[in-house]
Design a protein around this ligand. Structure first.
Ligand SMILES: Cc1ncc(COP(=O)(O)O)c(C=O)c1O
Length: 365
């Protein structure tokens, strides 16, 4: 081993890089399609983009001053949005930073973190960085949680359980009785509601009873500001205080802070886009119902997990990519033959449907 590698903390010597969403430049290079013609349905972003009220408000921000380390304005705005006191709220650079902060707070070396696969890959990645072991419990055939199995895997080293609801990439919600069973164990339960604005279903009401509950939310998907990186956690006063203590002082930059305030001022306009996206998701689901070789799993989020019989995930991805449509492919056995397609604009759905129709006719075999 070389001199530098020896100095690196053991658990960080070999880390598999988190495979984030490809940049437009990469997508264009791989597919040969000019960036302006790319259709990004691979990251559950908002294809309507950032609303003009938010964009215009970014002009004239004082960029030479540091943002508020106490996040007073942004926490107050979120507090009004979720109708809970601001001392229960902390903002982070995306839900991703919140996940990282939670593990920094609770994990000692060799502790265990539970996730329920298939699910959002960041839980696994962040657990590895925190030097904990990830215990992954498979979901059942309908992608529901296997609560008995989860509880049977809890040890005195288990510190955090991550559950996404709706789950990414399967799109289904967790059930309240199951979440209560987990909360009753006393272990920290992180309920990731990044897609809440699409599902309109939340476990927020459980906060008043359980101080081991942390709800994670995001402005990336519904609000069209993924590039500015803002997410937040709502939890008990004690957890919020400690998360605030350990966060980097200026984790929310001034542009992001301003954009969130404006987003919440114009939330009704954004909800119109949320509605349009859910209508397109339903249109695509309905179309798939009439297909012979394709099925989709019921989704409460702005994406659909689709299974194509006779085609690998990679192959389906390539077929869509050749038409300029980028979807999310998977290499896990559980998601063999599956891709995830984000809800798009009506024109984008038309294009997706036309590719699906070609696949149905097996023009691609
Ligand atoms: C379930 C889930 N949680 C959290 C995130 C992180 O989102 P962000 O860091 O953009 O807020 C994502 C993004 O894909 C997600 O799917």
């Amino acid at each position: 081993m070389d001199n530098i590698s020896k100095k690196i903390r053991k658990h960080l010597r070999i880390v598999k890089t988190y495979e984030g969403v490809d940049s437009n430049t990469n997508l264009s290079k791989k597919s040969g399609i000019p960036t302006k013609n790319l259709i990004r349905l691979n990251a559950n972003e908002n294809p309507y983009g950032t609303i003009s009220e938010v964009k215009n408000s970014l002009q004239g921000i004082a960029l030479h001053e540091y943002p508020d380390p106490e996040q007073k304005t942004i926490r107050k705005a979120i507090s009004e949005y979720v109708n809970l006191p601001d001392n229960l709220i902390i903002a982070g650079a995306g839900g991703d930073e919140i996940i990282d902060l939670i593990l920094r707070l609770f994990i000692n070396e060799k502790d265990e973190v539970i996730d329920c696969i298939p699910t959002f890959g960041m839980y696994n990645f962040a657990a590895k960085l925190s030097n904990s072991s990830i215990v992954s419990i498979p979901r059942n055939n309908n992608w529901e949680l296997d609560i008995k199995k989860i509880i049977s895997k809890i040890t005195d080293k288990t510190k955090v359980i991550f559950i996404a609801s709706p789950n990414n990439p399967t799109g289904n919600l967790a059930q309240e009785d199951q979440i209560i069973d987990l909360l009753e164990t006393g272990i920290i339960v992180c309920l990731d509601e990044t897609y809440f604005e699409f599902s309109n279903f939340s476990f927020l009401h459980l906060l008043s009873k359980y101080n081991n509950l942390i709800i994670i939310r995001s402005f990336s998907k519904w609000a069209g500001i993924a590039g500015l990186r803002v997410g937040y956690a709502i939890s008990s006063e004690i957890i919020t205080k400690h998360l605030m203590d350990i966060k980097q002082p200026y984790n929310i930059n001034v542009a992001a802070e301003n954009a969130v305030i404006q987003t919440l001022n114009y939330k009704d306009k954004l909800f119109e886009n949320v509605k349009k996206l859910m209508d397109e998701k339903i249109r695509l689901e309905e179309h798939i119902k009439g297909c012979q070789n394709i099925t989709s799993f019921p989704s409460q989020a702005n994406f659909i997990l689709c299974k194509f019989s006779g085609f690998s995930s990679e192959k389906i991805y390539d077929i869509f990519a050749a038409e300029g449509i980028f979807t999310r492919k998977f290499d896990q056995k559980m998601l063999e033959n599956c891709i995830r397609i984000s809800a798009g604009t009506p024109e984008q759905t038309d294009k997706v449907i036309s590719v699906i129709n070609k696949i149905e006719k097996s023009n691609y075999i």
